[in-house]
Design a protein around this ligand. Structure first.
Ligand SMILES: O=C(O)C(=O)C[C@]1(C(=O)O)C=C[C@@H](O)C=C1
Length: 104
């Protein structure tokens, strides 16, 4: 009898789900720590740009980053469109931070 037939979840299923969720939690923690480090770097870039009157956004640099990230995603079997959307999402936040720094 399967878990769905009996209405109870098999012990081994619970154990496997728990093991996978532990790994997911570790990966999520790593992502948060890596993002925090990235934002520490971009904050320094923001101050550097503000000090030297450089524009917050650099579209040419972004275009190169997207090409590189899409290639990395493909070789890692990650959807390149997702990788591009994620990078754009992060960069939009960075630009917002740069603009705040420039105004301050
Ligand atoms: O490299 C820069 O010039 C940055 O400001 C950093 C960054 C990024 O987050 O990677 C953010 C904004 C720019 O448009 C390009 C890249």
């Amino acid at each position: 009898m399967t878990s769905s037939e009996s209405g109870e979840i098999d012990e081994s299923v619970i154990a496997e789900l728990s093991r996978l969720r532990d790994s997911i939690d570790n990966i999520d923690a790593a992502v948060v720590h890596m993002l925090a480090e990235r934002f520490k770097c971009t904050q320094q870039v923001g101050y550097l740009k503000a000090r030297h009157q450089l524009p917050p956004a650099d579209p040419a640099r972004e275009a190169r980053q997207i090409i590189r990230l899409r290639e990395l995603a493909e070789s890692a079997k990650l959807d390149p469109a997702f990788a591009e959307k994620l990078l754009n999402f992060i960069i939009a936040e960075v630009i917002r931070h740069h603009e705040t720094i420039a105004k301050s």
